[in-house]
Structures are given as structure tokens and as C-alpha cells.
Write a protein that binds this ligand. Structure first.
Ligand code: 5GP
Length: 119
């Protein structure tokens, strides 16, 4: 799947659409989800044109891959989620109901999250 430069997260990265930012470095941007599904619901996205985890891990430079995952861990730590715990989720493709075609990891926390999947 080719990268759509007009997807909503590309626009957020370019600063064309605002976001409620919680973290940014050279590799990643993290911001609150516009429709939170938990008391803490943050999205972390890599800086680069990557649709999915498969795309990212196959084509991104190693430094960006490392920096992106460090950012995910750092955001969870900074949000105070290490001890109560949290959940990471990355949807990819139609079966997973990926809505935005730019790789993103959801961070959920702030309550007991229950079983992993709802049926
Ligand atoms: P997906 O289903 O692709 O894994 O998740 C996309 C997420 O992006 C959804 O949770 C949705 O609420 C969020 N989202 C969609 N548009 C925007 C937006 O313009 N700003 C922010 N902050 N989140 C968005």
C-alpha cells in the first residue's frame, strides 16, 4: 500500500492540523487521541511515511525504528503508567480496522483495561 500524503496524521506531522501533543523528538510525535477510549489514550507516530508496522520495520532506518520504540516507552513512563500498567495496540489493515494509514501505536491506561480482545 502506498503512503497517502493527505492522511490525517501526515497533516498533523506537517503542522496543518493541530494536536494535543504530549511528546516530540526527532523520531516520533505523541498526542492524545481525539476520541479517547480510556482515561489515558495516546497515539505515538513515527516521523516518516510509513503505513504500517510491516512497512516501517521493512523500510525505516534502524535509528528511526529504535527512536520510535524508545519514544513509546518514554511516553508510557512519563505518563506514570509503568506501575498501574498499560496496553499498547497497533492496528494494521482492514481486519484490524486501521482507520488512519500512518503507523501509530495506541497507548491505553488509567483504568483496569479488562481482557485483551472484546468479541
Ligand atoms: P486506528 O483505528 O487507525 O488504529 O486508530 C485511529 C485513531 O486515530 C482513532 O482512535 C481516532 O480516534 C484517532 N484520530 C482520528 N483522527 C484524529 C485526529 O484528527 N486527531 C487525533 N488526535 N486523533 C485522531
Amino acid at each position: 500500500m502506498s503512503y497517502d500524503q493527505e492522511n490525517i496524521f501526515a497533516k498533523i506531522l506537517r503542522g496543518e492540523i493541530p494536536c494535543d501533543k504530549v511528546y516530540e523528538d526527532e523520531h516520533a510525535l505523541a498526542f492524545h487521541d481525539i476520541t479517547p477510549q480510556a482515561p489515558v489514550h495516546i497515539l505515538v507516530i513515527p516521523k516518516g511515511d510509513y503505513v504500517s508496522m510491516a512497512d516501517f520495520t521493512a523500510s525505516a532506518p534502524a535509528e528511526l525504528i529504535a527512536g520510535f520504540f524508545r519514544a513509546v516507552g518514554e511516553v508510557a513512563r512519563a505518563q506514570g503508567l509503568e506501575q498501574p500498567g498499560y496496553r499498547l495496540l497497533a492496528n494494521a489493515g482492514a481486519d484490524a480496522h486501521q482507520e488512519v494509514p500512518h503507523l501509530h501505536i495506541h497507548i491505553f491506561g488509567g483504568k483496569k483495561l479488562g481482557p485483551m480482545l472484546t468479541r
